[in-house]
Write a protein that binds this ligand. Structure first.
Ligand SMILES: [Zn+2]
Ligand SMILES: [Zn+2]
Length: 355
């Protein structure tokens, strides 16, 4: 008889149901993980709304997870039942033009666990053993469920490649807080973060991620403000972490001649932002893009967490039972005070973190 587990299944756009489904069966190259915690991401909101990866429904989403290894496939090495693990969610074909070049994120057959295949809003999830990373005890249970978003931030930081003592502007005060913290770890100065929520900027200040905190509702012209802070030159690096055409256009203007705009915020497909080619030719401005973490980014983020180079804990709002996932998705949309909500299949009542 097949064993069953509880899972939240997105049946169709806007339709989620808690269901009893078979526990995933693993192959020789996979491990079964008992889910301890899984963070809710903006992507989960989009999957639920039918705005992203719609053709993969019905689906159990959830990709920001960690858990305890429950079963190990025959071919797995260095991983045992009982281990605390997180998993790189990127699955690449290994043989396409991009994979051969070592550019797995651009794989023509790219899929992500919990986005295109069943994920961790369930009691169990399976993953390829080679994607699993051990989590040391120094990394607490909440931060362990925050490794995946931090890998995306780390990857963007590598692509942007800001230098010591360079000026960095981060547009957006959600994940932007972490982008700013990462720039500071790399020695950027000054680091400037912008946002439209007083409470979020206040939180960023508590976390000490930047040198300047700009509320865009309290300045006339944010581009002029960045120019003022950078002595009229503009910023060496500008990272867009909002995903709006208007803020991309601001980024193109506030970056200095020869500077770099790092594109991180996702704007809906088909929308366009305009820039002045003159500025990019004569001004030698550059744009770089980055979408996710992959591979060893996991080990590197775990290392940064272990040695406390970045502490994301103040961003954590609540842990909710698996049964509350749909409510939590709606709450995240309407309540700006909430930043990170984790889901746990093992609890029956909400836990309020940092309260
Ligand atoms: Zn995510
Ligand atoms: Zn490929």
């Amino acid at each position: 008889m097949t064993k069953l587990m509880r899972a939240q299944v997105v049946k169709a756009p806007g339709k989620m149901e808690i269901a009893q489904v078979p526990i995933p069966e693993i192959g020789d190259d996979e491990v079964l993980i008992k889910v301890k915690m899984c963070g809710i991401c903006g992507t989960d909101l989009k999957i639920y709304a039918g705005e992203y990866a719609k053709e993969y429904l019905p689906l159990i989403s959830g990709h920001e997870f960690w858990g305890i290894v429950d079963q190990v496939g025959k071919n797995a090495k260095g991983i045992e039942v009982g281990d605390r693990v997180s998993a790189d969610i990127c699955m690449t074909c290994g043989t396409c033009y991009f994979c051969r070049r070592g550019e797995g994120l651009l794989c023509q057959d790219f899929t992500q666990l919990g986005i295109h295949t069943n994920g961790a809003f369930a009691e169990y999830v399976k993953a390829p053993w080679q994607n699993c990373y051990l989590i040391p005890e120094e990394v607490d249970d909440y931060s362990a469920a925050f490794i995946e978003p931090m890998t995306a931030v780390l990857q963007a930081s590598k692509v942007m490649d800001c230098k010591i003592s360079s000026s960095v502007v981060v547009l957006g005060c959600g994940l932007g807080m972490l982008h700013a913290a990462m720039a500071k770890v790399r020695g950027a100065a000054p680091v400037i973060i912008t946002g439209d929520s007083r409470s979020r900027l206040e939180l960023a200040k508590q976390m000490n991620v930047a040198d300047y905190y700009i509320n865009i509702n309290e300045v006339d012209d944010v581009v002029a403000e960045i120019k003022r802070i950078t002595g009229g030159v503009g910023a060496d690096y500008v990272l867009e972490a909002i995903g709006q055409t208007a803020t991309y256009e601001q980024a193109f203007k506030m970056v200095r001649r020869g500077g770099v705009v790092e594109a991180f915020g996702v704007v809906g497909q088909g929308k366009t932002a305009s820039f002045e080619p003159y500025e990019f030719v004569l001004g030698e401005k550059k744009v770089r893009g980055s979408c996710a973490g992959i591979g060893n980014d996991w080990a590197e983020v775990i290392n940064l967490l272990k040695y406390k180079r970045i502490n994301p804990t103040p961003m954590f709002s609540q842990v909710v039972p698996l049964e509350d996932l749909e409510d939590a998705l709606h709450e995240l949309k309407s309540n700006k005070e909430l930043i990170k909500i984790f889901v746990s299949p093992e609890i029956t009542e909400r836990i309020f973190i940092n309260k």
